[in-house]
Design a binder for this molecule. Sequence first.
Ligand SMILES: Nc1nc2c(c(=O)[nH]1)N[C@H]1C(S)=C(S)[C@@H](COP(=O)(O)OP(=O)(O)OC[C@H]3O[C@@H](n4cnc5c(=O)[nH]c(N)nc54)[C@H](O)[C@@H]3O)O[C@H]1N2
Ligand SMILES: Nc1nc2c(c(=O)[nH]1)N[C@H]1C(S)=C(S)[C@@H](COP(=O)(O)OP(=O)(O)OC[C@H]3O[C@@H](n4cnc5c(=O)[nH]c(N)nc54)[C@H](O)[C@@H]3O)O[C@H]1N2
Ligand code: SF4
Ligand SMILES: [Mo]
Length: 692
Amino acid sequence: MVEIRKSICDICTPGKHCGLDVHVEDQTIVKITGAKDFPSKGVLCVKGLANEAYVNRKDRIKTPLKRVGAKGSDTFQEISWEEAYQEIAARLNSIKEQFSANQVAWFVGYEKWCRAWVQRLAYSFGSANYGTESSSCNFARMMAGITTLGVGMLVNDLAHTELFVGWGCDPYTSSHPLVDKLQALKARGGKIIIIDPKRTTTVKNLADLHIQIRPGTDGALALGIASYWIANGMYDKEYVNAYVKDFEELIRLAEPYTLEETSRITGVAKKDIVAMAKLYGEARVACAYAPPSSLPHHLNGFNAVRMIYILQALQGNIDVAGGDLPGSRGFCQTGCGFQTMEETFIFGNGGRPEGKRVGEDEFPLWAMLSPEMQAISLPEQILSEKPYGLKALVNFGMNHRMFPQPKKVLQALDKLDFVVSIDLFMTETCRHSDLVLPACSSLERSELKGWPGGFLTCTTPAIKPLYQSRPDTVIVCELAEYLGVEDDLLRSGYEETMGYMISNLSVTMKELRESGHPIRVKEAKGLAAGRLLKNGFGTKSGKIEISSMMIGFLRQKGCKLDPLPVYDANGVRSQDEDAMTLVSGARMVHTVHSRLHKVEELRRRCPDPLAVIHPAAAKAAGVTEGDFIEVYNQTGKIRLKAHISEDVRLEDVHICHGYEEADVNDLIPDDHRDPYSGYPGYRDIGCNIRKA
Ligand SMILES: Nc1nc2c(c(=O)[nH]1)N[C@H]1C(S)=C(S)[C@@H](COP(=O)(O)OP(=O)(O)OC[C@H]3O[C@@H](n4cnc5c(=O)[nH]c(N)nc54)[C@H](O)[C@@H]3O)O[C@H]1N2
Ligand SMILES: Nc1nc2c(c(=O)[nH]1)N[C@H]1C(S)=C(S)[C@@H](COP(=O)(O)OP(=O)(O)OC[C@H]3O[C@@H](n4cnc5c(=O)[nH]c(N)nc54)[C@H](O)[C@@H]3O)O[C@H]1N2
Ligand code: SF4
Ligand SMILES: [Mo]
């Protein structure tokens, strides 16, 4: 008999995690449809509809494995969970004894749901070196928010706005729920500006004004807009007087960004800059979308996001209805409108251990604002042993292709004494590990999950974990036991820890389980405007800081970062002899990073890795549609098919990341990074093309 069981899709960003009706017969998934009683209201994207194929990928790891051949050789022997845990405990505890706990690094990739557990285990073990994929995603914009406004996350109040300003934002590709909201805004007569080097679907379907900017120069465009507003008195003087600190410094900083200069840097025509300044400056209220990655993936990314917030401040759009409102971090990186015990859970067993974290010297602002190591620095530190060497790594879903210089990541793994990888699939990282443990998917596990709007659920497995796989969180709690860490809560097991996580809320685990679908938590608060304006911003000065006092404080201690949101032209297109700019990381509707490249039914939609180039660039290189080309620079080269499109700028090459056959990160030097956040400049690196 077919039974319908509720679950969630965790293929993409945690703010979505759409509800699934999993049709199950004899422990086998026969069909998957959208669950209407979830915040996603029954809608699934093409990726979510492929969950069955994803969960049943042929390369699922079936049992714990121990490497018996050379590193990278794919020769493993099946072992029991008991043997695996015993070996991990013996090896890690001996490294801790002989060297130090900090020489064991802990890492979590794109997955967010298990992070609190892994972080607590790393700390209970005694290591400060816990880090995640957030070293290249999202946290840089939070850093910009914290330093400028004292708030990490802002939420667009789209329901009450007049204008949406989308900086590097293509929700048709990367976030379909936002499309509905933007369509509603248009239907109400609202306007949309999109700043994007590419003529995306969002541009074609929704934009009233498209600013086709040169990649990496948004910070300069924002300074140019500020300069125009200041020169023409087009800003909210009352708001600025009341809430903005150092406005005089902004006047000086923006002054050189005349229309001519801004146009020269950004490649945007003067008339378009004026059109943007007027549409934006004349709107009664506007929302600005500061993206998690498209801008932060530039050497000037952190400051560009700061400037986006500062433009909003100049128009009096922060903390007002229809503008950008302070959000909360919520649970497992999803702003839900309520807080759980997550923070106390992570830090409650003695907090982060002492010791210098990976990347701390190089990226002091990161180190000040994030409890995590700057994980992009991990491979270099392992290889150089500066400021100290590492001995072991335990990782939950580490895709070496997310890093610049992926081959260097493998070299670094090979240098370590002991590597444990926990993943669903047999990845290259797993092949370079000593022990591999099989994790299970969201359909096979029980998990606490919150959504915006105050919703919370606790899922039950729709099917039993396939093969011998286990949920990451269960693995963490079992590891805590075998390692013998002083942590009664973790050692009491996953079920107990989930109960602890919501022990500050009125809802119980029993109620969540019995309900079977998300329920609205009583403690949830809706978004509200005016709290910061009334009580002061969370910065040191209590105001919106043009010159960051936090960065000023670091500067007193010798760090060279400028407290002002400067546009640093040296950072952009560092390889000047290259003719073109490589923009890597464009999302595609049917993929999420590399996790779906091996799902046949999705891969069929676009079988080959593509380099998207302008017709004139193709002509100059003697290339026609579908020809193989080589994209190269001083760092590396890859061979892939050309797709010719008028949607991209003449000078740009757009390539999607994460392909085994043509890994674009081979072209990104690992020291090509934003000095504030440590994020790699995946989207502004010089390159050339030639017919292959
Ligand atoms: N050139 C370029 N590089 C980029 C980017 C770019 O735009 N351009 N984007 C960056 C950004 S924003 C991001 S977020 C990262 C992508 O981050 P990645 O971490 O590369 O993302 P994935 O490859 O989706 O997933 C990582 C691993 O997690 C495994 N996994 C999936 N589910 C689970 C689970 O439940 N448990 C465990 N233990 N493992 C699981 C997957 O099999 C995979 O091996 O890439 C970054 N790198
Ligand atoms: N289908 C799908 N959806 C995804 C993902 C996925 O892999 N696949 N990944 C998820 C993840 S991890 C993340 S971080 C988010 C990413 O989400 P965002 O950071 O919001 O980025 P995108 O929506 O992908 O928008 C990228 C747009 O930015 C443009 N862009 C590139 N460089 C610049 C620049 O210098 N300036 C400006 N103004 N624009 C620029 C690109 O041309 C592209 O159209 O998407 C998430 N959603
Ligand atoms: S991949 Fe699609 S269905 Fe799955 S969570 Fe993301 S948007 Fe929802
Ligand atoms: Mo990301």
